[in-house]
Design a protein around this ligand. Structure first.
Ligand code: HEM
Length: 177
């Protein structure tokens, strides 16, 4: 028996994810394009601005640390052999880091004033999909587990991570400002 949410959703969710990413990218370009180009022209790449990191609220510090760690751990898991003890242990570490990343983001606003922004859709999607993907692994539904986890890694970690380096956002200032 296949689990309905995952057996039917992937092609549609992939399309929705792509449409959402392109729409968010185009909106950012139209709204902030000229300003961003000016910032790119004056960019001065440097190592991480640690004092700026230390000045951030704890929730943002926790979000950044968990997010960066989850990208690194996620990449190791994808490259390593699946199903062994290493995969299972690192899988729990990665799932916990993703839960902290998405959970902490619910307490961060700014892009859309005092309200949640489009990126919070990714947080909600991650918080719903993650436990279902873990459940699939525990029920040995390998195909569903694989699609859901790789979807979260690329769709949330990498896409949301890439967006944080847009000119004007904190990660940009931390490395380029
Ligand atoms: C390497 C990966 C990531 C990094 C470095 C990162 C970093 C940051 C930083 C520095 C902020 C606050 C400052 C700003 O908006 O510029 C932020 C906000 C946020 N992040 Fe992340 N993040 C990452 C991944 C994620 C992921 C995987 C999610 C969701 C699953 C996420 C969701 C959010 C949300 C919803 C906000 C609030 C945006 C708003 O102001 O409306 N981030 N992130």
């Amino acid at each position: 028996m296949t689990f309905a949410p995952f057996s039917r959703v992937p092609p549609a969710s992939r399309l929705a994810g792509t449409v959402l990413t392109v729409a968010a990218g185009l909106t950012a370009i139209v709204l902030f394009g000229p300003q961003m180009l000016r910032m790119v022209a004056h960019a001065t790449p440097h190592g991480p601005d640690i004092p700026l990191f230390l000045k951030q609220p704890t929730v943002i510090q926790a979000h950044i640390l968990a997010a960066v760690a989850s990208v690194l751990v996620g990449a190791v898991i994808l490259a390593a052999r699946k199903g062994r003890t290493f995969h299972r242990t690192m899988g729990w570490v990665w799932a916990s880091l993703m839960a902290v990343t998405a959970g902490s983001s619910l307490f961060i606003v700014g892009l859309n004033g005092d309200y949640w922004s489009l990126i919070h859709l990714l947080s909600g999607w991650t918080l719903v999909t993650l436990p279902l993907a873990v459940w699939a692994a525990r029920r040995h539904k390998v195909d569903i587990h694989k699609r859901a986890m790789t979807g979260i890694f690329w769709g949330a970690s990498i896409v949301a991570g890439a967006f944080t380096f847009l000119p004007g956002r904190l990660m940009w200032t931390m490395f380029m400002g």
